[in-house]
Design a protein around this ligand. Structure first.
Ligand SMILES: NC(=O)c1ccc[n+]([C@@H]2O[C@H](COP(=O)([O-])OP(=O)(O)OC[C@H]3O[C@@H](n4cnc5c(N)ncnc54)[C@H](OP(=O)(O)O)[C@@H]3O)[C@@H](O)[C@H]2O)c1
Length: 298
């Protein structure tokens, strides 16, 4: 399991207020529990999340993998997508800035955050290959790319990882991206595993939904109510294993063929402790079938 840091950027309009000390304690707890990859990005709080990660990994760099990203400007509203820039000049400059904020001289996985339709993929890939040759990055990843876009990138260099959205509520990657990754030996870092907290069972029809979540169709109207009903049924399956619905949801992603790791966000140490309980047990085949039936349909 990996830990994500989107919320740790500290943008209250996107995620509500997040305390830096709590973010640091959360990441430290994650590493203590054996989580060995932290996913971040310059667009999370305009570099602030990377600075938090830098503080945490400084003393234990050898034992943790750091994945960050490039090519997406922070938006003035974090729940809308910022502008995309994957030019050579921009990538080289962004990489230097990330290395500084992360207080390291190499990035384990460097990912293009979103495809940039304005820049030829050949230019993007050549810039990333240069960083690989210089040892500033150790693996090259893509995030939010389609199979066709990944295949186009592979014409110009290696693609070591892909970061697709994948959860019990967003299962499309199982149809195309995950089989593609398995076929081409690309690591799949599934993100949004808890559907932004919806799959934790803590939300109700009366919960106040704000920021990033308020702009997500899964949190709106009839679809939201249907999701809450499904989560309640998932919780009844989880309880037979002595597990929470969050643990079941993460477990389901991690065990899915083609998934290398699940990138799970957390805002406090207690959440990491709970989420770590997603590993070390197995769902019975009958329950996997029940879950498929429950989650099938629009
Ligand atoms: N490449 C991309 O474009 C992209 C897109 C999305 C995400 N990501 C990466 O994936 C990571 C995870 O995605 P995400 O943060 O959007 O969503 P997520 O992992 O589905 O949900 C994380 C949120 O759920 C809540 N939560 C987590 N564990 C919990 C628990 N045990 N009990 C109760 N609530 C819990 C926390 O929020 P509250 O406490 O506020 O409820 C937490 O911030 C991000 O941090 C980022 O690194 C990448």
């Amino acid at each position: 399991m990996s830990v994500g840091t989107w919320t740790m950027g500290g943008d209250a309009s996107a995620w509500g207020r997040v305390d830096d000390n709590e973010s640091i304690a959360t990441l430290e707890r994650a590493l203590d529990l054996g989580v060995n990859l932290i996913d971040t990005a310059p667009s999370y709080g305009a570099g602030h999340a990377e600075e938090i990660v830098g503080k945490v990994i400084h003393e234990r760099r050898e034992s943790v993998l750091v994945a960050t990203k490039c090519g997406l400007l922070p938006s003035d509203k974090s729940y809308t997508l910022g502008e995309r820039y994957l030019t050579r000049e921009r990538i080289i400059r962004e990489c230097e800035a990330s290395l500084r904020r992360l207080r390291t001289d190499y990035i384990d996985v460097y990912q293009c955050h979103w495809p940039d339709p304005q820049t030829p993929i050949s230019e993007t890939m050549l810039a990333l290959r240069l960083l690989l040759e210089q040892g500033k990055i150790r693996a090259l990843g893509l995030s939010n790319y389609s199979c066709e876009q990944v295949a186009a990138a592979m014409e110009f260099g290696p693609v070591h990882s892909l970061q697709p959205t994948f959860s019990l509520l967003q299962r499309r990657a199982a149809e195309d991206l995950l089989p593609f990754c398995a076929e081409h030996n690309i690591a799949a870092l599934a993100c949004d595993t808890l559907a932004r907290g919806l799959l934790t069972g803590k939300l109700t029809e009366d919960s106040r939904i704000m920021g990033v979540r308020a702009a997500d169709p899964e949190f709106i109207g009839a679809r939201y109510r249907r999701n809450l009903e499904r989560v309640a049924k998932l919780a009844r399956i989880a309880v037979n294993y002595g597990k929470t619905v969050a643990q079941l949801a993460i477990h389901w992603v991690i065990r899915h063929p083609g998934v290398t790791s699940a990138v799970v966000g957390a805002e406090r140490p207690s959440q990491i402790v709970e989420n770590a309980g997603a590993v070390g047990w197995t769902l019975d085949p009958e329950d996997l079938t029940s879950i498929e039936t429950l989650m099938a349909g629009p």
